[in-house]
Design a protein around this ligand. Structure first.
Ligand code: HAM
Length: 419
């Protein structure tokens, strides 16, 4: 127990961490280029926020939340996704008073009590963006372009963008009724979960992978056929913008998404490289959520991408990222006098932004040089009594094997010039 991490969690280190950092750097750069600012919200929020924000009828709220009562008797939940917390912050911090739209991004842990499998964890991480204040298809296009750009920059090319429109609240109501009427004829053939969904959230039945449900759904009516003129025009304009940016997509009427808050556009980027849990990124428009959370009516659109799934895809394509961060110099020593001088010099180099390691294991000179090699130091030097006496240290370039003798006072300057 003590040496087993909880089921569905992962330690992030080594080559995995190298890929993770590369991903974070790419995300930061792209979001800055698109004019999105970073936000970090708490890992836990009041449970009610997710009940309202994610939706009472979703699997997340019904079965998957890590909820507890704190010592002050408050109902608290570890965030199962990134959007609700950002919506809360947008309202609480009155960001709507700034120039609109508000464009935010985040990288956050998220927690869902799901059955763990490849690509599905109980603690996972999401990179997400949220754009508040525009109901125009250009906002949807901007968010989708950001996701496409990110995937391309991460080298993830074997993905398909699936896109659909669920229509606004009126279209959805109409479609729910049409769908229920259709399903009512075959209700006994549905799986038990879908029988429950029939009353509360029939749309989610479209997402069911059960063969019996799939057979019933073959001839089901589709949301796209119930769109009113405005919603249809919104969707068509979005597709025109994607065409203009040469972003490829498949219009997929079966994409409904697992969360309740979506209106109009929904989309998923699906990877073909990582098996069943292939959705690396999912999102859409949610024009009613901010009102639902107590704000004035404010349109919004965004997406969330699973970082572990992105890394799985990157590793499936490129293998794991074994590149080690290198050190500028390994500075070893022999003897007590040299030790003090070396520690002082190491400190000086670090203050000059040079990465340096020294001996913390009382190793022999030979073992110190072996270690210098292992950590990928670009230069190395060993200071002993002779070097102190003559004030001359031999600095070795580990790659070219060239050597240069320097006074101790000259080493920092030399390293800065050769960084
Ligand atoms: P979601 O589809 O529930 O949407 O999650 C977004 C992404 O998080 C998924 O596409 C997947 O890559 C990843 N993900 C979800 N659950 C797990 C899990 N258990 N293990 C590993 N990865 C997972 C949302 O969360 C919305 N907040 C997205 C959004 C933002 N819509 C509008 N704005």
């Amino acid at each position: 127990m003590l040496t087993n991490a909880p089921r569905g969690t992962k330690d992030i280190y080594g080559s995995y961490m190298n890929t993770w950092k590369k991903l974070e750097d790419t995300v930061n750069e792209i979001c800055t280029n698109f004019g999105f600012n970073e936000i970090r919200t708490p890992i836990f929020e009041h449970t009610e926020l997710f009940q309202r924000g994610v939706g009472e009828t979703t699997d997340i709220v019904q079965k998957e939340m890590y909820s507890f009562t704190d010592k002050g008797d408050r109902n608290i939940t570890l965030k199962p996704e990134g959007t609700a917390g950002v919506v809360r912050a947008y309202l609480e911090r009155k960001m709507y008073a700034d120039a609109q739209p508000t464009k935010l991004f985040y990288i956050t842990p998220a927690f869902r009590y799901e059955r763990p499998q490849a690509g599905r964890y109980r603690q996972f991480h999401q990179f997400g963006v949220e754009l508040f204040g525009s109901d125009k298809p250009s906002a949807d296009a901007e968010v989708i372009a950001l996701a496409a750009n990110m995937l391309k920059n991460l080298g993830i090319t074997n993905v398909e963008l699936h896109i659909n429109s669920l229509g606004g609240p009126e279209c959805r109501k109409k479609y729910n009724n049409t769908l229920k009427e259709f399903l009512s004829k075959n209700i006994d053939s549905l799986c038990p979960t879908c029988m429950e969904r029939y009353e509360k959230n029939p749309l989610r039945i479209l997402d069911c992978k059960n063969e019996k449900c799939q057979a019933v759904l073959k001839d089901a009516p589709l949301a796209k056929d119930e769109l009113d003129t405005e919603c249809k025009e919104h969707f068509e304009e979005l597709l025109r913008l994607l065409d203009a940016m040469e972003i490829q997509y498949v219009v997929d009427p079966w994409i409904v998404r697992g969360l309740d808050y979506y209106t109009r556009t929904v989309f998923e980027f699906i990877s073909k490289d990582i098996g069943a849990q292939g959705t690396v990124c999912g999102g859409g428009r949610y024009d009613k959520l901010i009102e639902e959370c107590g704000g004035s009516p404010t349109p919004a659109v965004g997406f969330g991408a699973g970082i572990e799934r992105l890394i799985m895809t990157m590793e499936a394509i490129n293998g794991s990222n074994e590149d080690k961060p290198t050190r500028d110099i390994y500075l070893g020593y022999v003897g007590e006098n040299a030790k003090k001088t070396t520690f002082a010099l190491v400190n000086e180099l670090r203050n000059n932004n040079i990465s340096v390691e020294t001996d913390l294991m009382s190793r022999s000179v030979k073992a110190q040089m072996k270690y210098a090699n292992k950590i990928g130091a670009r230069y190395s030097a060993i200071i002993g009594d002779n070097e102190l006496e003559e004030n001359s240290v031999r600095i070795k370039n580990m790659e070219t094997r060239e050597q240069i003798d320097l006074n101790i006072e000259e080493i920092a300057k030399y390293m800065k010039e050769n960084k």
